[in-house]
Design a protein around this ligand. Sequence first.
Ligand SMILES: [Mn+2]
Length: 306
Amino acid sequence: MDRNVRIIGVPMDLGADRRGVDMGPSAIRYAGLAEEIEGLDVTCTDWGDVHVPRPEGTDPDSGAPASGDAKFLGETETVCTRLAHEVDDAVAGGDFPLVLGGDHSIAIGTASGVSREAETGFVWFDAHGDFNTPATTSSGNVHGMSLAAVLGKGSFADTDWAPAPNVSEENVALVGLRSIDEAERPNIRDSDVTAYSMTDIDARGVTEVVGEALDIATDGTDGVHVSLDLDWLDPTEAPGVGTPERGGVSYREAHAAMEIIAERAAEPGRLASMELVEVNPILDRHNRTAELAVELATSALGKVIL
Ligand SMILES: [Mn+2]
């Protein structure tokens, strides 16, 4: 990593059903994120947390009347707008934004900030598609709609804050899917996003799949945003996540993926930003999921075994 890393925490849980992911930024910091990054001879500045309203005393139906079945949409807009500003400011200052969630709805803010001035590809590591819209969701939780929002799907097209300014579907790759809602499936199939399920990783190996995902995300873009939902990993490795699903990637597969990202990021500007989301310390065991998040971030930033 050739830039100063700017850590931005977003203690957000309004996009998820379960309280706990709001403590993710603290747990990841406590696991030694800044120290580990500095151990790579990369400078690092912690900019603290973006302010997030508490769900108590907040009306879940706060969004515009057109928000349909999306809960806390008004607050999500406020938080994501603040985060987009922070991320844009980091990029403008020549820093590398490393965003700590919080639930995955914060990706709407990161995406908007990082792509404000630059064509940006996405590699989205996740057990889920995050491709519901207010019309297809069964839970109303925005963390299950975040990628659809970034791409301006459904009623998100009518908002000026959700669709990212410079992200094309053709440059977006989803990696590691294993739990898709029935109504969500056509949203993914009808899009130009490339989706790799765990079946693809089983058949072709993580190295080939992630290499191809990076080809897609770098094709004609200025940089790549890596959005890492810790539920991408198997719950035996990452038990402390908002929505655990069996059958995820192993510890080594996750590291292999991050190492490929680091290799490809050697080209200046190739890795534009990264976010670590859905760490839930309440469900974790001795902070191991947060520690894993730190390990994977440092792998992506260039840590090697030898
Ligand atoms: Mn997700």
